[in-house]
Design a protein around this ligand. Structure first.
Ligand SMILES: [Zn+2]
Length: 208
């Protein structure tokens, strides 16, 4: 019932998935070298213990400008034997409603009344891995850790974890992304109001 309530409430404010908006979403790994995916919401290995996206979801998307910035980031990272591992990016609006119905706490999930940068295709959750070994580099926490340890200003961790977290932030900023104080892995492309909340299922998106 709650689900339908939100759709009725929010529905009129979501723009129709216009052709241009759909066209603006591009598949990340096709444009960004060495990108690896571990899409946490396409399996049950996430904080909800439920599969949020269809099992068949193996790729993800962002708006084109953000993906072009990611390409520059990946090219610079390559020189340091590093690559990007993506946990989540574009998220259909219905998935945000699903999260809200499961968790219902704004500290952990986006309130559908506001939508999320992920719904607009401008947010990405990522970390770094070593190209030569394929191993993740050490970061303060794993994905979706909702404790203080995940905050950018948390310092009661090893020096190498601080350095790795700050290194990721620096390179993301250098190419135009913004960070979120409470989640070291979450980055946003700016000017969110320029991008519509979308509810296009993954299977309808073109791999381009
Ligand atoms: Zn995120």
């Amino acid at each position: 019932m709650k689900k339908y309530f939100f759709i009725i409430l929010i529905g009129p404010f979501i723009f129709h998935p216009l052709f241009s908006q759909v066209e603006n979403l591009v598949e990340i790994s096709m444009h960004v070298p060495h990108v690896k995916y571990n899409l946490m919401y396409a399996n049950k290995n996430n904080f909800t213990s439920k599969r949020i996206y269809p099992k068949s979801t193996h790729q993800t998307f962002m708006v084109k400008d953000a993906v072009m910035a990611l390409r520059n980031i990946a090219e610079e990272l390559e020189k340091n034997d590093l690559g990007l591992l993506v946990w989540d990016a574009y998220r259909p609006f219905k998935a945000t409603v699903k999260f809200w119905n499961l968790i219902h706490d704004e500290r952990y999930v986006a309130n559908p009344a506001k939508g999320s940068g992920h719904n607009r295709g401008i947010a990405i959750d990522l970390t770094l891995y070593k190209l030569s070994t394929g191993k993740l580099i050490e970061m303060p926490t794993g994905f979706d850790n909702f404790s203080d340890t995940a905050h950018h200003d948390f310092m009661a961790i090893s020096q190498s974890k601080i350095e790795n977290r700050d290194f990721l932030k620096e390179i993301m900023y250098k190419y135009g992304f913004q960070s979120l104080q409470t989640e070291w892995w979450h980055y946003m492309w700016p000017n969110d109001r320029n991008y519509q909340i979308l509810d296009i299922p993954f299977k309808k998106l073109k791999y381009k």
